[in-house]
Design a protein around this ligand. Structure first.
Ligand code: C2E
Ligand code: MG
Ligand code: MG
Ligand code: MG
Length: 286
């Protein structure tokens, strides 16, 4: 009996494996096509001050629109792109497109804001990242203080000397650096001491259950205090409810981002949102 079960498990495993492999292969082929035809789009989510509601920045988030009208979200294709060696062209496109869009908005008279771009670990490890960024800034005419990179804690773990060199190279260009999803990875406070970080993004999983969950309250408040005491900007991710905003305000979190303010919007909708918001910065939040 055990032998039989073992065998059927084996077959089941095999089927599942080939199904997953087949899926990845299909996605890979379609991704290659999408890269060639530049079929990705960026959506933009605003970041605002917790105390006044004033807009402080924008995060660029990639989307992959399909012919049937649906959209594939990054968690469903970025990991495959990373595994299949396709993240570099995608990341390069995102960087250029985000800088270009930001520059266009600035030239159209909208307020100048930093645009945050998420970096993949593979992009971050590329030897010539600093010069690639410098080149894109020069090409698009965007001033460096209006570009921000979001890194994750896992990217900061390996070769401390090499990482410090990259981060210092980016800072020397004048761009901003944020740690995304802070608190969910291998958080080492050493990183904050060692590396030139401007912003801590408090992960949505902590923000989600404040003020109800005492552990999340403790963690969120600790990150806010840590950031403040080190002169780093704190920003809460995934703020959906007025109670969360009230808590963040009470604890002195500086900035926030989330559905309570706005979801990520296509470029035209974001431009309208920014134009509208400029007239009434204090009213729409909380
Ligand atoms: P992230 O950088 O932590 O981005 C936040 C994610 O939370 C986004 O999902 C955003 O749409 C979503 N979000 C924002 N506010 C709320 C909220 O109030 N409630 C909830 N439930 N969700 C909210 P998205 O766009 O699906 O992106 C997922 C992840 O994919 C990102 O997490 C980021 O790690 C990655 N990603 C997105 N764009 C890029 C990119 O251009 N390059 C790379 N390498 N990764 C990207
Ligand atoms: Mg991010
Ligand atoms: Mg995040
Ligand atoms: Mg997150």
């Amino acid at each position: 009996l055990a032998k039989e079960r073992g065998r059927s498990n084996y077959q089941f495993f095999n089927e599942r494996l080939s199904e997953a492999a087949f899926h990845a292969l299909t996605v890979e082929t379609r991704l290659r096509d999408a890269i060639r035809r530049e079929q990705f789009v960026l959506h933009y989510q605003p970041q605002v001050r917790v105390d006044t509601g004033a807009v402080t920045g924008i995060e660029a988030l990639i989307r992959w629109p399909q012919e049937d009208g649906t959209t594939v979200l990054p968690n469903d294709f970025i990991p495959i792109a990373e595994q299949r060696g396709l993240i570099m062209p995608i990341g390069a496109w995102v960087l250029r497109q985000a800088c270009r869009q930001n520059r266009l908005w600035q030239m159209s008279g909208l307020p100048k804001l930093p645009m945050a771009v998420n970096l993949s670990a593979i992009q971050f490890k590329q030897k010539n990242l600093v010069s690639v960024v410098e080149q894109v800034l020069a090409e698009t005419g965007l001033e460096p203080q209006y570009l921000e990179f979001e890194l994750t804690e896992s990217m900061l773990l390996e070769d401390m000397t090499a990482i410090a060199k990259t981060l210092e190279g980016l800072k020397a260009l004048g761009v901003q650096l944020a740690i995304d999803d802070f608190g969910t990875g291998h958080s080492s406070l050493m990183h904050l001491k060692r590396f030139p970080i401007d912003k801590l993004k408090i992960d949505r999983t902590f923000v989600q259950d404040v003020p109800g969950d005492p552990d999340d309250v403790a963690i969120t408040a600790a990150i806010i205090d840590l950031a403040r005491n080190m002169g780093i900007t704190s920003i809460a991710e995934g703020v959906e409810k007025p109670e969360q905003l009230a808590f963040l305000r009470l604890r002195g979190c500086e900035e926030m981002q989330g559905y309570l303010v706005s979801e990520a919007l296509p470029a035209e909708a974001m431009a309208r949102w920014l134009a509208r918001r400029r007239g009434e910065p204090l009213t729409s939040v909380g």
